[in-house]
Design a protein around this ligand. Structure first.
Ligand SMILES: C[S@@+](CC[C@H](N)C(=O)[O-])C[C@H]1O[C@@H](n2cnc3c(N)ncnc32)[C@H](O)[C@@H]1O
Length: 211
């Protein structure tokens, strides 16, 4: 999507994707990250999942296009981050949480540093089909082989609602992550307001992916 699309959504407070609490499906399986030290969270918004991961002893490395969302995350947690600029992003950092304010596609493995896990909730599904392959390839380039990914994705009849979030079914997840081990851990009905308005109850699925 055009960066202006996301900037406008944050500026106008149209952030129905923001759950305001840790994702319930993920929280039931968060032990899968036991022993993982630093978790990459692309397209992180101001997700509470980052605070949840930090509360479980992980370091977090988020990447978010809209700098106001990054500032909001730290403000809402009453944390004063340090701020520095790299060639590719402005980096906010405090208490084991680093968030790169910038385009995920511009952030390099050198910028990110060592990470050993991936958490993707509403990131892959935020991107249109033509960008998803590029996104997965890029995210994989930021992680070492064998890293563990936890992915939360939705499936619903795409013709009933324009994305984002887009519908990404299990077949597409397996195709995008070809070569990795993909395991469906749990699925549930997503009874969210933004879908309900369109008369939809999508299926929300949590996958464990070993890269
Ligand atoms: C649907 S939201 C999900 C946010 C978060 N993962 C959550 O669960 O609340 C997608 C986020 O990705 C950000 N975004 C979109 N394109 C991006 C890009 N190219 N690089 C970094 N962030 C991007 C948007 O600003 C938005 O905050």
């Amino acid at each position: 999507m055009d960066p202006d699309f996301w900037k406008a959504r944050w500026a106008e407070g149209r952030i129905g994707f923001h759950e305001g609490h840790a994702n319930a499906l993920f929280a039931r399986h968060a032990d899968a990250f036991a022993g993982k030290s630093r978790i990459l969270v692309p397209l992180c918004g101001k997700s509470e999942d980052m605070a949840y991961l930090a509360s479980r002893g992980h370091e977090v490395c988020g990447i978010e296009l809209v700098e106001d969302a990054v500032r909001a995350f730290f403000q809402e947690h009453s944390i004063e981050p340090s701020v520095r600029k790299t060639d590719h992003a402005t980096v906010y950092e405090a208490q084991g949480i680093t968030i790169f304010a910038g385009d995920v596609f511009s952030v390099t493995r050198e910028d990110v540093g060592a990470v050993d896990a991936l958490y993707d909730r509403a990131a892959l599904v935020a991107l249109p089909a033509e960008l998803r392959k590029k996104y997965v390839a890029h995210v994989r380039s930021l992680l070492p082989q064998g890293a563990l990914g936890m992915l939360v994705a939705f499936e619903y009849p795409q013709e009933r609602m324009p994305g984002p979030p887009f519908s990404v079914d299990e077949k597409e997840v397996r195709s995008l992550y070809a070569g990795a081990q993909v395991e469906l851990l749990e699925e549930a009905a997503a009874n969210e307001h933004r879908f309900a308005q369109a008369g939809l109850v999508p299926t929300e699925r949590l996958y464990r992916i070993t890269l």
